[in-house]
Design a protein around this ligand. Structure first.
Ligand SMILES: Nc1nc2c(ncn2[C@@H]2O[C@H](COP(=O)(O)OP(=O)(O)OP(=O)(O)O)[C@@H](O)[C@H]2O)c(=O)[nH]1
Ligand SMILES: [Mg+2]
Length: 602
């Protein structure tokens, strides 16, 4: 019998020791986190290969053709995504340099402005701020870099101006709110997938998300058409006004409609004597409170523009009423409305330009990632369905903080994990969706969601315990459709039914849906296998077993060009059986180079 030695059994991702345990305490709120890379895939490879250099050469890590990990210095992009990439590089580099795994602690979150500092450490002896200048030597290159630096500083200053205090920001402090829900009882505006009670429950959840805001009362008032000026008919409006006026210490009314025009808002505020907020204002306020990165903040600033415009119209019509007709601003030839509109237009353009710049940086990162061929998986779904919890469970990343809160995640962040074949993948956490989110708001965040189009697979997480789970699914699918995603992405969505620990003996009725509990880790192995199957199809990668002659160059070629999973040495034959994940192109090249190799498909 042949004696076989299994030399290379890759280290699986670290156990989810950071996961909350069943019955354990709920994770507490914490600032947005950044990515940690689980331990290196090839802990065993390292032992087998012995030397550091050989390990590095062999650490292709799911890369078919691209350069191997550890990666070169990477230009920083916006937000956590870029930070996380940098961290992954650093961790991979640390791993390759034999750093013990327990040193790989997530770094604290950094603002984007720290990116430049992370990117280019000052070479010693180049003096003060003249880092790259010194390194580049005299002449053109240094000047060019000076210009670049100046430009960066200008960008920073402009960003700071754009992100200054918003005129629409709600005053901090406590709010005692009455939620008023206009219920459409019949007709085409009535949704068959929800009820007024459920919609009011969601409005309560939105208010509860805000610190120091409390719900004083919930009022459902029927209306035929919530788009009417006063939303309700005359009689109902009177009843409602009396009810509102009787509420003690009320500070605001949350009218649970997508948008109320600024004119209506003003009239309602006049009638009720308190502030009136609509869904747009409330969601925008939650976004403002939760935004961490400049990109998220810019997107919020962009979403504010239509509100500012509508306020402006209102203000101008009021001025006109008071003064009798619009006036030219002295000597400018422009009316007040024209001037203000121009200023708003300029502001919008500046925000869009700033977002575009961040986007360009991101597309650079995307190219780099592509080179490395990390398969990427977008985790999407309705807000609070458990996306972040699932990514935490799949990656074992302790830094991730799921929260029982709507819109806890506002930035697209990337997190590394491993599939059953030990293929390294990146999970992308995304902003959650909400029914009746005004189009403008979704549009403002589409730059972030654009990232999804470049991923290889979408996992759609659903909170299956939610009474509106079907409406939520419809909302998510409709937003996804409007994002202009490639059809292969939409056709291969993995649907996941989460929180099944809360339903006894749950079985999905939808074909191909997988039941899981992200919190307790149920069903995750099946999910990973499904993801792997789809990722292999989407990326054209194959898992193969190849017999190689140890005297020949095949093994080192495979270490360089594919991800080596396992090496079984048969010493008496001088051969080894090697399990690899390999891209189609690399496989084609291998067959050309080594036509006599014995290959087994897995
Ligand atoms: N019982 C149970 N609770 C879960 C499960 N998965 C997530 N949760 C809880 O659901 C809440 C929301 O979880 P998150 O992971 O923050 O949800 P999210 O989809 O990322 O939410 P947003 O980022 O706000 O859109 C948290 O309180 C989680 O603990 C699960 O499988 N079972
Ligand atoms: Mg989240």
């Amino acid at each position: 019998m042949k004696q076989r030695k299994k030399l290379n059994s890759p280290t699986p991702p670290p156990p989810s020791r950071a996961l909350p345990r069943r019955g354990g305490p709920r994770p507490r709120a914490a600032p947005a986190s950044i990515t940690a890379l689980p331990g290196p895939v090839g802990g065993g490879e390292r032992r087998h290969m012995g030397g550091r250099r050989r390990f590095r050469g062999g650490r292709k890590d799911a890369a078919g053709d691209g350069p191997s990990l550890p990666c070169p210095e990477e230009p920083m992009g916006p937000g956590s995504l870029s930070r996380s990439l940098l961290l992954r590089c650093r961790r991979a580099a640390a791993a390759a340099l034999d750093a013990p795994r327990w040193h790989c602690r997530p770094l604290p979150a950094r603002p984007l402005s720290a990116a430049a500092r992370l990117r280019a450490p000052h070479p010693p002896g180049t003096g003060g701020g003249g880092r790259r200048k010194g390194a580049a030597g005299a002449g053109g290159r240094g000047e060019e870099e000076d210009e670049e630096e100046e430009e960066e500083e200008e960008d920073e200053a402009e960003l700071e101006e754009l992100l200054g205090p918003s005129p629409l920001a709600l005053e901090p402090g406590a709010q005692r709110v009455a939620i008023v829900h206009p219920a459409v009882k019949w007709g085409p505006r009535k949704s068959p997938l929800t009820t007024a009670e459920l919609q009011i429950a969601e409005a309560v959840a939105l208010v509860d998300t805000l610190q120091n805001w409390t719900v004083l009362d919930k009022i459902i008032i029927p209306t035929k058409n919530p788009d009417k000026k006063f939303v309700f008919g005359k009689g109902n409006f009177q009843v409602l006004t009396e009810k509102i006026k009787k509420l003690p210490h009320l500070t605001a009314v949350f009218l649970n409609v997508q948008r109320v025009s600024s004119l209506t808002k003003k009239e309602l505020e006049g009638a009720w004597g308190v502030k009136v907020f609509d869904r747009y204002t409330i969601v925008l306020h939650i976004f403002r409170c939760n935004a961490r990165t400049k990109e998220a903040k810019l997107q919020i600033a962009l979403a504010e523009i239509p509100l500012l415009r509508s306020n402006l119209k209102n203000e101008v019509s009021q001025r006109d009423q008071q003064r009798g007709g619009s006036r030219y601003i002295m000597g400018s030839g422009e009316t007040f409305l024209e001037t203000q509109n121009r200023i708003l237009k300029e502001r919008e353009l500046k925000i869009r330009n700033a977002l575009e710049k961040l986007r360009r940086k991101r597309s650079l990162l995307r190219t780099q990632r592509r080179k490395r061929e990390f398969p990427m998986i977008s985790v999407m779904g309705y807000t609070n369905c458990g996306k972040t919890t699932l990514i935490k469970a799949l990656t074992g990343e302790a830094g991730l903080q799921p929260r029982d809160q709507l819109f806890a995640t506002l930035d697209v962040t990337a997190h590394a994990g491993y599939l059953p074949s030990h293929m390294a993948v990146i999970y992308v956490d995304t902003i959650g969706f909400l029914t009746d989110l005004p189009h403008n708001l979704v549009e403002s965040f589409s730059a972030t969601l654009e990232e999804v189009a470049y991923t290889d697979l979408i996992v759609h997480v659903r909170d299956i315990t939610h009474p509106e789970t079907i409406l939520q699914k419809a909302t998510v699918l409709s937003v996804l459709k409007n994002l202009n995603l490639p059809s292969h992405l939409l056709d291969s969505i993995v649907e996941v039914h989460n929180k099944v620990d809360l339903i006894e003996r749950y079985k999905p009725t939808e074909e191909n849906a997988l039941a899981i509990s992200a919190l307790h880790g149920h069903g995750l192995e099946e999910l990973k296998q499904e993801i792997e199957k789809k990722i292999l199809t989407a990326t054209g990668k194959k898992i193969l077993t190849i017999d190689v002659n140890l005297e020949g160059p095949q093994l080192s070629w495979l270490y360089k060009e594919a991800t080596v999973q396992e090496v079984e040495v048969m010493p008496e034959d001088g051969t080894a059986r090697v399990k690899v994940i390999i891209s189609s192109s690399a496989f084609g090249r291998y067959k050309n180079l080594f036509p006599n190799s014995k290959i087994f498909m897995s």
